[in-house]
Design a protein around this ligand. Structure first.
Ligand code: NAD
Length: 494
């Protein structure tokens, strides 16, 4: 079967890599190649960044009012809404996520563009209450220039929307670099941006490998901001690259998020929250609730119920509406999951469910069963390391202090779930758990109005929410001398 071919978009034109080289994308549901993408090299990246820089300084882009930029983003939101089903199907094909999940994500996607469009003309400066009566000073928020957006494979459209919308709302231009494992939907997004009338050079996309196109993009001297989502090791490369161009950084990295279940919680609801946290998206979610801390008085019952519930999960082709768990996105990720599981077994963790590929999907791609372990210690590898797969690790706790200590015993701090009906306890823990998102009696809730981002090794910077546009601006201070006196002694600071 011939492969579907995709092209990059640089300076308003669809193109191949200068080298003519391509890479294949494999369908996680059968492991076979289905599409080919240009493998951009240094020269392609340079063309894309130069085009973005030229567009940034062009009168066409600079003379657009903030309100007009907002209108363009709204138009793009409308076009996404009109193409929800095709985008959702394409993303499901590309990264193996359930169509239920991608449809849900893409249906909400326009809201990020509408909300951020409304912020475009509300980027305001301040008048400063100076301690110098003869002077006044005010600030202006200006765009930074070329933004490099580096995207992982697990939720390409969503993770791009929360970078692209604020970057453009603030008046920047952008070069997108999708993951080599899931590049297709970002190309379609750029096609819609072209239809929306976004001027040429303002949005560019280079497809390619991380060590090639990704590294060339992050170290390019004209890049002024890198918005990165991905793993911690890759982030370290990106941070080192930014030592060359001093680009600002936002880093959305991994997590090992705790779900803390108290005995007074609605346990039916907590059970669903735990299933959503670790088995939705086959656990390939940065906010996966992968370590589950349960009060000792309900621990045994909760584990049994979780095992019974997870046994019912329907593993199937991601494109079928009835499927509840699809494949891992890549063969490498499946191997990573298998390695973690084997090590946990060897270390003595108690395997309660799964721990293998499902026989029902034999020979059909990169599926893995929902897997449940009971751990002895919070120091166990499964309690500390991000697996990025459908592997839940449970441990009992005896009181709130111990639960808090366990929750914070982590290099990560992205999200946490707290399950209790005790309102004071919920607020106490919300204050003291070290993570960027706290969900009380819910999990995996997302809104354009709410920021996401991590503490500790989960990264820095915030995306989404009212401040997201400010992350793409630089503050400038303007001083005005109000005095009619001539400027005095030039050798004294004023
Ligand atoms: P990854 O770090 O392997 O790749 C992310 C992106 O970086 C890809 O586009 C890749 O091509 C690029 N890249 C690789 N090497 C590079 C280099 N040297 N220089 C520049 N770019 C380079 O991540 P992944 O495997 O695609 O995604 C999974 C990871 O992403 C997990 O750790 C997950 O927790 C994290 N993630 C975080 C969030 C969040 O919002 N915090 C969301 C989704 C995923």
């Amino acid at each position: 079967m011939s492969l579907q071919t995709f092209r990059m978009y640089i300076d308003g034109a669809w193109c191949d890599a200068e080298s003519g080289q391509t890479y294949d994308s494999l369908d996680p549901a059968d492991g076979k190649p289905w599409a080919a993408f240009p493998d951009a090299g240094e020269a392609d990246v340079d063309r894309a960044v130069t085009a973005a820089d030229t567009a940034f300084h062009s009168s066409e882009w600079r003379s657009l009012t903030a309100t007009a930029r907002g209108k363009l983003l709204r138009k793009l939101g409308d076009l996404i809404a009109e193409n929800t089903e095709s985008l959702a199907r394409l993303e499901s094909k590309d990264n193996g996520k359930l169509i239920r999940e991608t449809r849900g994500q893409v249906s909400y996607l326009p809201e990020f563009f509408y909300y951020t469009a409304g912020l475009a003309d509300k980027i305001e400066g301040e008048t400063l209450p100076l301690d110098k009566p003869d002077m006044m000073a005010y600030t202006i928020r200006e765009p930074l220039g070329v933004v490099a957006a580096i995207i992982p494979w697990n939720s390409p459209l969503y993770l791009t929307a929360i970078k692209l919308a604020p970057a453009l709302a603030a008046g920047n231009t952008i070069v997108l670099k999708p993951s080599e494992h899931a590049s297709a939907t970002l190309i379609e997004l750029v096609r819609l941006a072209e239809q929306a009338g976004i001027p040429k050079g303002v949005i560019n996309i280079v497809t390619g490998l991380g060590a090639g196109a990704g590294a060339a993009l992050t170290r390019h001297p004209l890049v002024r901001k890198i918005a990165f989502t991905g793993g911690a090791e890759t982030a370290r490369h990106v941070v080192r690259s930014s030592a060359d161009n001093f680009a600002r950084l936002s880093l959305e990295l991994g997590g090992k998020s705790p779900q803390i279940i108290f005995p007074d919680a609605d346990l039916d609801s907590a059970l669903n929250g735990v299933v959503a946290g670790i088995f939705a998206a086959s656990g390939q979610s940065c906010v996966a609730g992968s370590r589950i801390l349960v009060h000792a008085s309900v621990y045994a019952e909760f584990v049994d119920r979780l095992v019974a519930r997870a046994t019912q999960i329907k593993i199937g082709h991601p494109g079928e509406d009835s499927s509840e768990m699809g494949p891992m996105a890549t063969e490498q990720q499946l191997a990573v999951v298998e390695r973690f599981v084997e090590k946990a077994k060897a270390a003595g963790a108690k395997l309660r469910l799964g721990g293998k590929r499902p026989a029902s999907m034999h020979g059909q791609g990169w599926y893995y069963e929902p897997t449940i372990f009971e751990c002895e210690s919070i120091a166990d590898e499964l309690m500390q390391e991000e697996v990025f797969g459908p592997v839940a690790a449970l441990i009992p706790f005896t009181d709130e202090d111990q639960a808090l200590a366990m929750a914070n015993d982590s290099q990560y701090g992205l999200a946490a779930g707290i399950w209790t009906r005790d309102i004071a306890r919920a607020h106490r823990l919300a204050r003291s758990v070290h993570s960027g998102i706290i969900w009380v009696n819910t999990y995996r809730a997302v809104s354009a109005m709410a920021s996401i981002g991590g503490f500790k090794n989960s990264g820095y910077g915030r995306e989404s929410g009212i401040d997201s546009v400010l992350e793409y601006t630089e503050r400038k201070t303007v001083w005005i001398n109000l005095s009619s006196e001539p400027m005095a002694d030039p050798f004294v600071m004023r």
